[in-house]
Design a protein around this ligand. Structure first.
Ligand SMILES: Nc1ncnc2c1ncn2[C@@H]1O[C@H](COP(=O)(O)OP(=O)(O)OP(=O)(O)O)[C@@H](O)[C@H]1O
Ligand SMILES: [Mg+2]
Length: 387
């Protein structure tokens, strides 16, 4: 299966949407054989732009990606050779050094000085792409390049592009679904196209599930912040943007604390959680909503600052199952109790007694049509009795 970002990749510069000014600058700079540093958010067309404009200008593209240019020797070998060979037909060359963030992020930092040396030496146009050029380590590079910015894509630009793909692939969708995908992509066209391809398996786009996945991801992020950081001010607002109530957050923490904390730290953190739960009960009983502030504080900064040691290993957090099981058991018990209540009323005894003495033995009798009618058992109660 080919990725749709490849299948629907821009073939000419007019296929690249929302970056008109940047495209113009790239074209002019490449004509003048200048070195450009193209930067901006991921999936906005930086790499595609160099590829299609290079082609339109009749330049031979010579591409180095982070993976094949890990170190000095590699870069020198690959680029050096290419520069020596003179293409007979092309008007010139453009060297594309793609994703320089990834390149200099590797341990051997040999790459960057080699690139700087290459810029000095070569007469060809060089296009470098990256996401964030403002790191100090790029200060020399920035001075040697013309900086060209790419913007996160706007909704209008993405909508028609995605609609065309969905239509071409005969996928069912509603406008709202496309808009949801666009919103989640935060202006990243690659992400949006990939999402649509994922939905295409069922031939329909339905963003409900996706937002479930999104919620899960944001919870992973929050827990990582709280359980890995020790800073009060870094953690206090963690749950502000999360679309879960504090109860749910508390359950996630309860489930995952032991994966991150040990001994004294764990004890202290659980003490905070249980205190939060006490406030929780007070809110429910007395509607003291102000206590929400304390709960939030206890389960964010409280838990974060409870630790002396930070677990440096990566941890995958899980949703709690235990509480769900307790809840299911409670629901079952609730049915039992409501039936016992009705028996108790009719036989002038206590509910407790009815649960103990009558219910286990009377199931079949209770299921007789007359009894059902007399006790006014509802469907859920009947199905409980039938189990
Ligand atoms: N502005 C755009 N107009 C149309 N399609 C786009 C645009 N930007 C990205 N795409 C789509 O996304 C795919 C990936 O784009 P591209 O590789 O050029 O992004 P990028 O900015 O280089 O991302 P990264 O920073 O992750 O390398 C393209 O093949 C194309 O399908
Ligand atoms: Mg790229």
């Amino acid at each position: 299966m080919i990725p749709w970002t490849k299948k629907y990749e821009p073939k000419k510069s007019t296929d690249i949407l929302g970056q008109e000014l940047a495209l113009y600058k790239i074209k002019e700079a490449l004509k003048l054989k200048r070195t450009i540093l193209i930067y901006g958010p991921t999936g906005t067309g930086k790499t595609s732009a160099v590829q299609v404009i290079g082609k339109e200008l009749g330049l031979e593209l010579f591409e180095i990606s982070a993976s094949d240019a890990r170190n000095k020797e590699n870069i020198e070998n690959t680029i050096g050779n290419s520069l020596a060979q003179q293409s007979l037909f092309a008007k010139g060359k453009v060297i594309l050094i793609d994703d320089i963030d990834a390149l200099s992020g590797t341990k051997d930092r040999g790459g960057l000085p080699t690139i700087l040396a290459l810029i000095e030496k070569t007469k060809h146009a060089i296009a470098i792409t990256c996401i964030d050029p403002w790191d100090d380590k790029y200060s020399k590079l920035r001075k040697q390049c013309l900086l060209i910015e790419f913007q996160a894509l706007k909704k209008e630009n993405m909508f028609n592009y995605l609609k065309n793909i969905a239509d071409a692939e005969s996928i069912q969708y509603q406008e709202k679904d496309l808009l949801d995908i666009i919103k989640l992509s935060k202006g990243d066209m690659r992400a949006a196209i990939t999402d649509i391809q994922t939905y295409s398996i069922t031939k329909t786009i339905n963003t409900e599930e996706k937002s479930e996945r999104d919620r899960e991801e944001s919870m992973q992020y929050c827990l990582r912040k709280i359980l890995k950081s020790k800073k009060w001010e870094e953690t206090i607002n963690v749950f502000d943007k999360v679309d879960e109530d504090l109860n749910e957050c508390l359950l996630w923490l309860d489930e995952n604390l032991p994966k991150e904390y040990n001994a004294e730290d764990l004890k202290k953190a659980y003490a905070y959680l249980s205190k939060a739960d006490v406030y929780n009960g007070r809110i429910r009983r007395w509607q003291h909503w102000r206590f929400l502030i304390y709960i939030n504080m206890l389960i964010t900064s409280g838990v974060a600052t409870a630790k002396k040691e930070t677990n440096i290993n990566a941890t995958e957090y899980t949703r709690t199952m235990r509480i769900l099981k307790l809840w299911q058991a409670n629901m079952k018990y609730a049915k039992k109790k409501s039936i016992a209540n009705k028996i108790a009323e009719h036989t002038h005894t206590s509910t407790k007694r009815a649960i103990r003495d009558s219910l286990p033995y009377l199931k079949n009798i209770l299921l007789q049509p007359e009894t059902i009618k007399e006790l006014q058992l509802d469907e859920e109660e009947i199905s409980w009795l039938q189990k």
